[in-house]
Design a protein around this ligand. Structure first.
Ligand SMILES: [Zn+2]
Length: 425
């Protein structure tokens, strides 16, 4: 007797299979007729492992308009606004907003999130709050915390010390922001310092790296070197890497092999970078997204991150990683059928690899976490950004939604519309 049986779903690779769950594990995948306490009919629907977001800021989420909105829309005004908000936000405020966001995430099948936590203020209330959030959502969401020196490791008197304090408090991942240090030299030194800290403590490393339109912001080169030196490989990730968009092509032809050699991964954040970058341009205006297809062609794992929802940097956002994939597909021009399917993998499997998640996937013995979508294929899911009919976390159904077809009242036309298409069936 299985606890749960998902019948007839289409897996992301295109095969049709039943999935049986016992406890918090997948017991079997294939043609299964055994009895189960509950059966969900997923015939014709896409059954996927859960969505994963490897780049988020949960200490700031759902704070849009506090203390006021970002009038210029720039990264720098956003950082200034956040500086005001973090001085007045209480632990309870941050916990309440973050746990509400996690409700949204759960309803969208987003069950693993890496969030950067600002370690700049000496009070470290953000760290305290996010450790509490991690404890609260642990039964259904994997939350990784990154010690993030938003105002620079060396630019504030206690920047470095507070990163170490946060790691001592239990934060999982070492952060960094080299392009925001006072000089190129200090940015490079911050990377040597942080890479050593990650290696010595046996932690993962995820850096906001070169989030600027300045083509001479080349910190990713130093980061790749340190990742290679310490053998961190896929336990290290470069987030944003937007300056690569504007770099000299000859230089990039040397840089990308160095990144690939290091084994590090890359996390562009298309919703945020398409709105924040290029703000100093007139026309033509740059897109501000890193070189996604070129990195992938070199063998680098690239995932899409969400970064922000309703905060000082971004006034929209839904916790739907398919919105992120949809924007990424357009901005990176990933329109070939294989590239569109890849965009779905980027917000599921590739992001899981970036976060080094254990037991991820739809195979026997994996963690029984999955999402059933009202779409036929991964590409159709990116196109429709459809309802999540059911979300299962560690064997438990944590969210359900009725299929919601439109009812038409047009003479001679069908009574209902679902907007699926045979070309994507
Ligand atoms: Zn970020």
């Amino acid at each position: 007797m299985f606890d749960l049986l998902i019948k007839g779903g289409t897996l992301p690779g295109g095969t049709t299979a039943d999935i049986a769950i016992t406890g918090d594990r997948i017991a079997e995948v294939g043609r299964i007729d055994g009895p189960a306490r509950r059966v969900i009919d997923a015939t014709g629907d896409l059954v996927s492992p859960p969505f994963v977001d490897p780049h988020f800021h949960m200490d700031a989420t759902l704070s849009y308009g506090l203390p006021r909105v970002n009038a210029s829309g720039t990264l720098l005004e956003g950082i200034g606004l956040w500086g005001e908000l973090r001085a007045i936000a209480t632990v309870d405020d941050m916990v309440a907003r973050a746990v509400t966001y996690c409700d949204w995430a759960a309803s969208m099948g987003l069950l693993a999130i890496r969030t950067h936590v600002d370690t700049t203020p000496d009070h470290l209330r953000g760290v305290e709050a996010m450790l509490e959030v991690k404890r609260i959502v642990a039964p259904y969401i994997d939350l990784q915390l990154v010690a993030f020196p938003q105002d620079g490791l060396y630019r504030t008197a206690t920047g470095r010390q507070n990163v170490l304090r946060a790691l001592d408090m239990g934060v999982d991942v070492v952060g960094g922001i080299p392009h925001f240090e006072r000089t190129m030299d200090e940015g490079a030194e911050s990377l040597r310092d942080l890479g050593r800290i990650a290696a010595e403590r046996g932690l993962m490393w995820d850096v906001h790296c070169d989030e600027t339109d300045d083509p001479l912001s080349r910190h990713v080169e130093t980061m790749a070197r340190e990742v290679t030196r310490h053998g961190l490989g896929p336990r290290a990730a470069g987030s944003h890497l937007t300056s690569m968009h504007s770099m000299d092509n000859y230089y990039v032809s040397k840089l990308i092999p160095l990144i690939a050699e290091s084994g590090m991964t890359a996390i562009p954040n298309p919703l945020i970078n398409i709105t924040l970058q290029g703000r100093h341009d007139s026309y033509p205006r740059r897109r501000g997204l890193t070189r996604v297809k070129e990195l992938q062609a070199a063998g680098v794992t690239v995932g899409w991150g969400q970064d922000c929802v309703l905060d000082p940097w971004y006034s929209l956002g839904t916790a739907d990683m398919l919105d992120v994939a949809f924007m990424g597909l357009h901005v990176a021009q990933m329109t070939h059928p294989e590239e569109m399917a890849r965009c779905f993998r980027m917000v599921t499997e590739d992001n899981a690899r970036i976060m080094n998640l254990a037991g991820y996937g739809l195979h026997k013995g994996a963690q029984a976490s999955l999402v059933i979508l009202d779409a036929g294929t991964p590409t159709e899911a990116v196109r429709l950004r459809p309802d999540r009919l059911a979300v299962i976390s560690r064997g438990r159904v944590i969210s359900e939604k009725q299929r919601n077809d439109s009812r038409l009242t047009l003479p001679g036309r069908p009574a209902t519309v679902r907007r699926r298409h045979p070309s994507q069936a």
